[in-house]
Design a protein around this ligand. Structure first.
Ligand SMILES: *Cc1c(COP(=O)(O)O)cnc(C)c1O
Length: 358
């Protein structure tokens, strides 16, 4: 066994809702800990899945995901050959770590951020170098630039960042990228960018065609409501896309998933509705936190990261009242996925009762 995997702290996946619900003995449990889409999935996806031709089950899927590739390329204004699909972005994180890291390399992140970047760096026997974000949750670009040593082979930038929800401007990202050596990969994880107020202006989607070392990653798990189907993609420069296609397992994304993702791309109405509702609810949460003088990071995503003394106790109270939130990312901070209007209101009432009882 590789030395690096012996002491690994695994990513702890969410328990099945029904299991957790039974354990807690609550009638209704709403998961607001995994940033899933609270509005479900597009009816167009449901129709595509139900109409899927089962007779193709004994055949391997289209390894190129041709239809999906063409639809995404046209949606994102990139060359179809720049796209690499994966089994969720999770698999993309594995693939790029495997491709670009060797033992002893360094991986640079702005902390706190998504834990899987560090997990896969560790598996590849690379060292994670964390530069703390600024007090308002934003990336400390000067400090990141200072940390760029010749050993740094990958830099992760999650935009908007998980768990802080904060977003960086494209101008700031590009100014930083210009300081990164051409041999160092810059991976921009845009899992949540659809939720940003000005997503079209924020996205780095066009950078891989101008900077060989830049990669932009998207998932269907969040705004598109397809977390269960496990599909995402990354946009590479034409220099690296063929390498990634060679590393990728040939049939990683199955046909049913390809059909679901294609239908999801073609129903932008569902995505826009999700994003609009989320923005309304996000504003309400900010007003609530402001009124209660609870500190939070200004989010451009579908979750809010807020500070609460003894956060675990509040989270436990909410869990026993039917709402699961994410703790353990930073001491005394909780990440709340923004839910439906009714659930948000109910949680706010619960927080008020909790405060009154305390
Ligand atoms: C949810 C998430 C992903 C992975 O999502 P998949 O479901 O594997 O596509 C990637 N990056 C960040 C920051 C996430 O929060």
């Amino acid at each position: 066994m590789k030395e690096s995997v012996k002491k690994l702290q695994p990513y702890v996946p969410e328990k099945p809702l029904a299991t957790l619900q039974a354990e807690l003995g609550v009638n209704r449990l709403v998961r607001l800990s995994a940033n899933e889409n609270p509005y479900g999935t597009s009816p167009a996806v449901e129709a595509a899945v139900k109409n899927w031709d089962f007779s193709g089950s004994n055949r391997y899927p289209d390894g190129d995901a041709t239809e999906l590739r063409l639809a995404v390329a046209s949606q994102q204004h990139v060359d179809p050959e720049q796209l690499v699909f994966s089994v969720g972005l999770d698999e993309m994180i594995v693939m790029v770590s495997r491709t670009f890291l060797a033992p002893g390399d360094q991986v640079l992140v702005a902390a706190p951020t998504f834990s899987e970047y560090g997990l896969h760096a560790e598996i590849e026997e690379a060292t994670l170098v964390s530069v703390p974000t600024l007090a308002d949750g934003h990336v400390d670009f000067p400090a990141m630039a200072q940390a760029l040593t010749p050993d740094v082979k990958m830099v992760w930038l999650c935009n908007p960042n998980n768990p802080t929800g904060t977003s960086e401007t494209l101008a700031d990202l590009e100014a930083f990228i210009q300081q990164v050596p051409a041999e160092t990969m810059v991976l921009i994880d845009e899992a949540y960018i659809d939720f940003a107020t000005d997503a079209a202006k924020l996205t780095a989607m066009q950078l891989p065609s101008r900077y060989d070392n830049v990669v932009v990653m998207r998932t269907f798990s969040k705004a598109y409501g397809l977390a269960n189907f496990r599909v995402g993609y990354a946009v590479f420069s034409k220099t690296y896309a063929p390498t990634m296609q060679a590393v990728r397992l040939p049939y990683n994304v199955n046909s049913l998933t390809q059909a679901a993702a294609l239908a999801a791309v073609n129903d932008q109405n569902f995505v826009q509705t999700t994003v609009a509702k989320n923005a309304v609810e996000r504003t309400k949460w900010e007003a609530f936190f402001d009124a209660q003088q609870i500190q939070y990071d200004r989010s451009d995503a579908n979750f809010i990261f807020f500070k609460y003394p003894q956060a675990d106790q509040l989270a436990d109270y909410l869990l026993h009242h039917g709402y699961s939130l994410r703790t353990g990312l930073q001491s005394d901070w909780i990440r709340l996925t923004i839910g439906t209007a009714a659930d948000n209101q109910a949680i706010q009432q619960l927080i008020l009762s909790y405060q009154n009882d305390a």
